[in-house]
Design a binder for this molecule. Structure first.
Ligand code: FES
Length: 163
């Protein structure tokens, strides 16, 4: 399906700027996609196509990379990505209860985004902070030793912060 010209035009300038910052070569593709995704936590079709054009590589290659790595998403996601560790050390000390608390507080299931586009819940493997299990990461911020009660406190920070 063709992407409307207005959509392509609306992302073109930013994509070209990011590509030129990273170097217009395929080796920079991962970093380019990372930088483009930084604004809204997802990659649109228009952005992927503009990247393919700027690097002069097939769209299928860009799309393949964007869908291969869990770091990237071609589905719209929330402003805040809540990644909940489900690896064994976190699982053993209560990750399941933490997941339930987030799902209940936000009214969504794992893999979903709140209707206001604010939060997305995702599962992840070990975040490298097993000493404070169970742990989650919200965008770049790590939270450890979580309990269902603490989940409510953590989310309250984002309500207070939210612009
Ligand atoms: S197992 Fe959860 S942070 Fe390592």
């Amino acid at each position: 399906m063709a992407i409307p010209k207005e959509q392509l035009d609306s992302v073109k300038e930013r994509v070209i700027q990011i590509v030129s910052q990273n170097g217009a070569k395929e080796e920079a593709l991962l970093q380019i996609l990372h930088d483009i995704q930084a604004d809204d936590n997802s990659l649109s079709e228009a952005e992927l196509l503009q990247v393919a054009r700027a690097l002069d590589i097939p769209l299928s290659r860009v799309y393949g990379v964007a869908t291969f790595y869990s770091l990237y998403s071609v589905q719209p996601r929330g402003k805040f990505i809540i990644r909940i560790c489900e690896s064994a050390p976190c699982h053993i000390v209560g990750a399941r209860a933490v997941i339930s608390a987030f799902e209940e507080a936000l009214g969504i299931k794992m893999g979903e985004t709140t209707t206001d586009g604010k939060f997305t819940l995702e599962a992840t493997s070990c975040l490298g902070v097993c000493g404070v299990a169970p742990a989650v990461m919200i965008n770049d911020e790590v939270y450890g030793n979580l309990t269902p009660d603490k989940v409510v406190e953590v989310l309250a920070e984002y309500d207070a912060d939210e612009a």
